[in-house]
Design a protein around this ligand. Sequence first.
Ligand code: ZN
Length: 220
Amino acid sequence: MRVAPSVYFYPFSSPVENNCNTIVLDGPEKVLIDPGHKHLWPALAARLEEDGLSPRDISLVIHTHCHPDHMEAGEILEFDYGAVQAMSGTEAEFLAGPGREFFPWMGLDYPRGSIGRLLEPGPLDLGDKVIDLHLTPGHSPGSLCLHWPEAGVLITGDVVFAGSIGRMDFKGGDPKALAASLASLAALEKVDLLLPGHGPSVVGPERIKANFQQAFRFFW
Ligand SMILES: [Zn+2]
């Protein structure tokens, strides 16, 4: 569903339809963020088509982090549609190292595709819009959050959710780093819509502010 001009949000709907939330940024360069599990891709692709988005037009797949429930289907977009998979350099290093263990742990094969583009914090020019990439470790060492100030949209992966925060007990998790990441996100201006990696969105600056205040309570 379209939640802002050029922004489509596919929140979890049922265990047979999708798992993590997926976001699509429409424009000359179409970006899909967090494709989710492979076996759920056909259902997600159908939802995109319903919105008039062709999966074939996706040129860039950004993984907020390397956990299999977010990135496993990335290889389908690479192999079937020629999309480039991207994540932060820090996260790609983690995926190639200790992060690879998440796949056998979940009974899954290690991804056959490749991370064709390493993203560093800072502006990402998509032609008609510039997205600010923020490195936000704590749930995973190289987690990226995407902020599009013009649209007031913040995409947070598993760093912060509506009423909760990302787990810090997985391999690569770090409570101190997560607290610092939350503080940096809470300080951002121009955030009217927070789209997390799981669960519902948080709508409106006041609710988003309150959501961050609640998030900090997990560290008291
Ligand atoms: Zn995760």
